[in-house]
Design a protein around this ligand. Structure first.
Ligand code: NAD
Ligand code: ZN
Ligand code: ZN
Length: 343
């Protein structure tokens, strides 16, 4: 008899996930089976559930791209991992390995890239099928629940900070202090930057201060651009926008110092107006950044293993996923919820 597992699936966009009993999948040639220990809940999972983006996943699907677990079975021909290894199954589920982008270690933009919990079933399930060439290798010093947020929120905010090209001693704005942003503050501090945290919730800003932010600005009060320009003495050298909210984007461009770089990682559906004269005359760079490559993953996890970055997590069972989504949509999750499969 085939063994069963629990999984939370999106059957219809915008509707609650359905918790089901599914067959435990068998790894095919070149695949591995991972027994999930923990999986973080990213705002991207909520965009996926809502069908927010132009590229939509095929229904039904299992979200989750911060799944960490133990390799329990290998398909034929697998040599990159062995049974018993602790791995993470990330957003960058797999890529072709041969195109111009893969050859340049820019595999997140590979045209054949598959996305965990989106085009492939993800970690809101007791078992996950993964590609051993693209899993994250979890350092021994990191518990599964602590590693989970690092394999999406961590790598994305870490890479985003690097992409601003802000240097030690310079200012960075982190806009949106949720799952990505609370880690971004820690990476930026560990990299020697001055951090100005921006959010619309004073509790998130208090949290940013506890994590080392040098200045905080509530974007709901007054003119947040003027407040940041004042706090940073002329605008931040780098700005990282993680907020899933369109007004944060135009504001972020305004917070950027002359010759600075504004990196966009939040993906609310829609567009934002770009003040062309200001961008041109101030020589501002606006840049998108999409997770990171496998080297970025190893680096982002190393900060965690060395104790320089630690996700603040709230553990919940898989059965609570719909309540977690409701709170995430309202901005009521303090930092990151991690689904705990050990209980
Ligand atoms: P989250 O819900 O945990 O955090 C969002 C934070 O933004 C909250 O603290 C909220 O209060 C704050 N916020 C809301 N409106 C704001 C505004 N106008 N100004 C400033 N702050 C505001 O979400 P998350 O999991 O951190 O994800 C954030 C976004 O990043 C989502 O759109 C997600 O899809 C995207 N994302 C992108 C990548 C990528 O590779 N580019 C990877 C992961 C997530
Ligand atoms: Zn994510
Ligand atoms: Zn490729």
């Amino acid at each position: 008899m085939t063994q069963k597992m629990q999984a939370a699936q999106v059957e219809q966009f915008g509707k609650p996930l359905v918790i089901k009993e599914l067959d435990i999948p068998t790894p095919g040639s070149g695949q591995i089976l991972v027994k999930t220990e923990a999986c973080g809940v990213c705002h991207t999972d909520l965009h996926a559930r809502n069908g927010d983006w132009p590229l939509k996943p095929a229904l039904p699907f299992t979200p989750g791209h911060e799944g960490i677990g133990i390799v329990t079975a290998l398909g034929t021909g697998v040599t990159a991992v062995k049974e018993g290894d602790r791995v993470g199954v990330p957003w960058l589920y797999s890529a072709c390995g041969h195109c111009e982008f893969c050859l340049a270690a820019q595999e997140p933009v590979c045209a054949d890239a598959q996305f965990g919990g989106y085009t492939k079933n993800g970690g809101f399930a007791e078992f996950i099928i993964a590609d051993p060439n693209y899993v994250a290798h979890i350092p021994a010093r990191l518990a599964a629940k602590d590693a989970a947020p690092l394999i999406c929120a961590g790598i994305t905010s870490y890479k985003g900070v690097k992409e601003t090209q802000a240097r030690p001693g310079e200012w960075i704005v982190i806009s949106g202090i949720g799952g990505l942003g609370h880690l971004g503050v820690q990476y930026a501090k560990a990299m020697g930057l001055h951090v100005c945290a921006v959010d619309i919730d004073d509790r998130k800003l208090e949290h940013a201060k506890r994590l080392g932010a040098d200045a905080v600005v509530n974007a709901k009060n007054g003119d947040p651009v003027a407040a940041v320009v004042k706090a940073t003495g002329g605008g931040a050298h780098g700005v990282l926008i993680t907020a899933p909210s369109l007004p944060a984007f135009k504001q972020g461009v305004g917070m950027t110092r002359k010759h600075g770089t504004c990196v966009l990682v939040g993906i609310p559906p829609g567009d934002f107006p770009t003040p062309l004269f200001d961008v041109v005359a101030n020589c501002i760079t606006i840049r998108g950044s999409f997770v990171g490559n496998r080297r970025d993953m190893a680096e982002a996890l190393a900060f965690g293993a060395e104790g320089k970055v630690k996700a603040d997590i709230e553990l919940q069972p898989l059965s609570a996923i719909n309540e977690v989504f409701e709170r995430l949509a309202k901005g009521e999750v303090p930092s990151r919820v991690v689904l705990d499969f050990s209980r």
